[in-house]
Design a protein around this ligand. Structure first.
Ligand code: PMP
Length: 448
């Protein structure tokens, strides 16, 4: 049994000594002390079904034994910085990662995070093209340093620091967008930005295939091929941010961009690449990578021996345990169950996503699509009380983000469905309490 500090004590220290911007989803934040595949355990030994996976970071499962063994064995032998000496782990991992890429995407740069990966990708695009202007999509998230905060397009993640040279194109949002699912219509905005907002030449374009932080929004079909073509005509490079949609999570493909029939010039990744270990990467072509050949560019810890063996183990586990196929099958079933719930509860405005990257958007009015922010939080809190953890996101905070470890099973979906249904019931009955306390509204969870 766990004998360490308890939640109240940790919370007090956190409030006194840690970043005040850090937030918790729950009224009483959990002190998680152990993880095992799709389960997490709190200080009292209570088990939770993890349908969030640390925001899509846990690919193979919490403390997957093969990943843990790789980390422990390497730690016992050698942990070191990445630079100056040869190391077998980083070379083997780079080769394995390159083999998962289409086309000429064969050169890997390792980083410690998604932000660093995207900063490097944007810098390379600017160096390679000699242009500065970048186009990203509204509602996207790419990181919190200079260039990546500029590319990020949600006010809650943008601060008053210098963020130059990024234009934010209309989001090809299939739920709220003006053109529904007509991707090429949204792509016209990128042409207009190039024509009216730049010299006609751009450094590049960056996008997630499915916006994660933005509330699991899959780009409308036909959008990426049209945009990639416009960007390339303007001399720019196309960057795919696979931080959430990569590593088999979408089920139908290993990378999110593959569902859109495009081949990027640069691919960035983090989160799922390390099953929870701090690791990120940029993969590009030898020709683009060459821009750094005559410069001193290094990253002290990116791809260090311990993280590299972890990443290699993750790739092997995904293959061996057929996790992509599992994400496809279990994700399909999950979406089916959630869609059946949508037929029953008017508060569910949209069920979307791919594989085990699924979103459920809550609205108080299906026609007006009014965000049901308070209700989203309420149901989430209920589910936690019932032992199921999920995340939320979207600019307005009214979307459930369901991104479990890829070992999630059909039985887990059954249990998830059972708990979300009963939390709707419980929440319905205490809804008045919530609505009085928070918003004064009394509609929302009407059964249709
Ligand atoms: N890109 C995307 C799509 C992300 O979701 C995130 C993190 N939420 C990042 C980049 C930044 O990654 P990190 O937090 O590791 O810097």
């Amino acid at each position: 049994p766990y004998t360490g500090p308890l939640a109240d004590d940790i919370l007090r220290k956190r409030q006194q000594f840690l970043n005040p911007a850090v937030f918790h989803f729950f009224k009483n934040p959990l002190n998680l002390v152990e993880g095992k595949m799709q389960y997490l355990f709190d200080e009292k030994g209570r088990r939770y079904l993890d349908a969030y996976g640390g925001i899509a970071t846990v690919s193979c499962g919490h403390c997957h034994p093969e990943v843990v063994d790789a980390i422990v064995n390497q730690t016992k032998r050698l942990q070191h910085s990445t630079i100056l000496y040869l190391n077998p782990a980083i070379a083997e991992f780079a080769e394995a990662l390159a083999s998962k890429m289409p086309g000429d995407l064969k050169v890997v740069f390792f980083t410690n995070s998604g932000t660093e990966a995207n900063e490097l990708a944007l810098m390379m695009a600017r160096l390679y093209t000699g242009s500065h202007d970048v186009i990203s999509i509204r509602n996207g998230y790419h990181g919190n340093a200079g260039a990546t905060m500029a590319a990020t397009a949600q006010s809650s993640y943008k601060f008053n620091v210098i963020q130059t040279g990024v234009h934010h194109a209309q989001n090809p949002d299939q739920y709220r967008g003006l053109f529904g699912s007509d991707g090429p219509m949204y792509a016209r905005d990128v042409d207009e930005i190039i024509t009216y907002g730049t010299s006609g030449r751009v450094a590049g374009f960056i996008a997630e295939a499915i916006q994660g932080v933005g509330g699991i929004m899959e780009l409308a079909p036909g959008y990426l091929p049209a945009v990639y073509s416009s960007i390339r005509k303007a001399g720019g490079l196309c960057i795919a941010d696979e931080v959430q949609s990569g590593f088999a999570r979408t089920g139908s493909h290993f990378w999110g961009f593959e569902a859109h029939d495009v081949v990027p010039d640069i691919v960035t990744m983090a989160k799922g690449i390390g099953n929870g270990i701090p690791l990120g990467a940029v993969v590009t072509t030898p020709e683009i990578a060459e821009v750094l050949a005559c410069r001193n560019y290094y990253n002290t810890y990116g791809g260090n021996p311990v993280c590299a063996v972890a990443g290699l183990a993750v790739l092997k586990v995904i293959e061996k345990e057929k996790l992509q196929q599992n994400a496809f099958n279990v994700g399909f079933y999950l979406k089916q169950r959630l869609s059946s719930l949508k037929d029953k509860y008017e508060i569910i405005g949209d069920v979307r996503g791919r594989g085990l990257l699924v979103g459920v958007e809550f609205v108080t009015d299906r026609h007006l699509k009014t965000p049901a922010k308070i209700e989203t939080l309420g149901v989430m809190e209920q589910m936690k009380e019932m032992g199921v953890l999920i995340g939320k996101g979207g600019l307005l905070g009214n979307v459930f983000r369901i991104t479990p470890p890829l070992c999630f099973t059909r039985e887990d979906v059954g249990s998830f469905y059972h708990h979300i249904s009963s939390s709707f019931h419980t929440y319905s009955s205490c809804f008045f309490k919530y609505s009085c306390r928070f918003s004064g509204r009394c509609d929302g969870l009407r059964v249709v």
